[in-house]
Design a protein around this ligand. Structure first.
Ligand SMILES: *Cc1c(COP(=O)(O)O)cnc(C)c1O
Length: 232
């Protein structure tokens, strides 16, 4: 899979250039490789090339992949980033290290109850629906503070920050606007006493805009693994 190795290096280079423009350390941005729809062997190849954090959207597909890669578990970090229904929280609480897509308190409460006591706290981000988002999931900016404080009080979870999936936009300025909104909300919540360190924003098409606005995790699928095929 020479493409994969080349693509990973190219994405790291994009992150480094954007970080440099923003006077940030490239290492302050974590690359989350979004491996949904791609086989466990692609994850294994990316891991061999030095990639450790992987994002998945579909619970059953992800759990199968995590089990197939059990031999690498100690050096892999699994992030759940997809829509999460309340009847699917248990396998997520049991198998993942992070959940970015917590979009209501009830989901967080279930994850907290179901996180096994022998595992470290589950890292979570609150998904926010900044204005005009393609994905309708997420709390509104106005609700965010109340929900975030409630999540931060739950056992077995560690609220790390905020996540969003903005509407695709063509120009870098249009891409930056919703990322800036999320960063401003993040700063307000921190000023309000929450110890947050994570802004999960930016994908293949807009990662530069996200890094310029302060992203600490960019979630990149297509630019690493290629176009997704949903036909099977
Ligand atoms: C699929 C997905 C990504 C990756 O998108 P690409 O455009 O392929 O980089 C990032 N975040 C979420 C929430 C996704 O569902």
């Amino acid at each position: 899979m020479p493409d994969l190795v080349h693509n990973l290096a190219a994405v790291q280079q994009r992150i480094a250039l954007a970080a440099q423009l923003a006077s940030r350390e490239p290492r302050s941005v974590t690359l989350l490789a979004v491996s949904k729809t791609f086989p466990a062997e692609d994850v294994r190849a990316a891991h061999a090339a030095g990639q450790h954090a992987f994002g998945e959207n579909y619970v059953q597909e992800a759990v199968t992949k995590i089990e197939a890669l059990a031999d690498l578990r100690a050096s892999l970090e699994w992030h759940f980033i997809g829509p999460l229904q309340s009847n699917k929280t248990r396998p997520v609480a049991e198998n993942f290290d992070w959940v970015h897509s917590v979009d209501r308190l009830k989901i967080a409460q279930r994850l907290a109850e179901q996180r096994p006591a022998h595992l470290p706290p589950l890292n979570v981000c609150l998904q926010v629906n900044v204005s005009g988002e393609a994905s309708k999931a997420g709390v509104t900016p106005a609700e965010a503070a109340e929900v975030a404080h409630a999540i931060a009080a739950l056992p077995q979870l560690r609220l790390r920050g905020l996540m969003s999936i903005p509407e695709p936009a063509e120009t870098i300025e249009a891409q930056r606007a919703p990322h800036r909104q999320l960063r401003e909300l993040f700063e307000q919540l921190r000023a309000g006493g929450l110890e947050l360190d994570t802004l999960s924003m930016g994908m293949s098409a807009d990662l530069e805009a996200a890094v310029l606005e302060g992203a600490t995790i960019v979630r990149v699928g297509t630019a690493i693994f290629g176009a997704r095929d949903y036909s099977h």
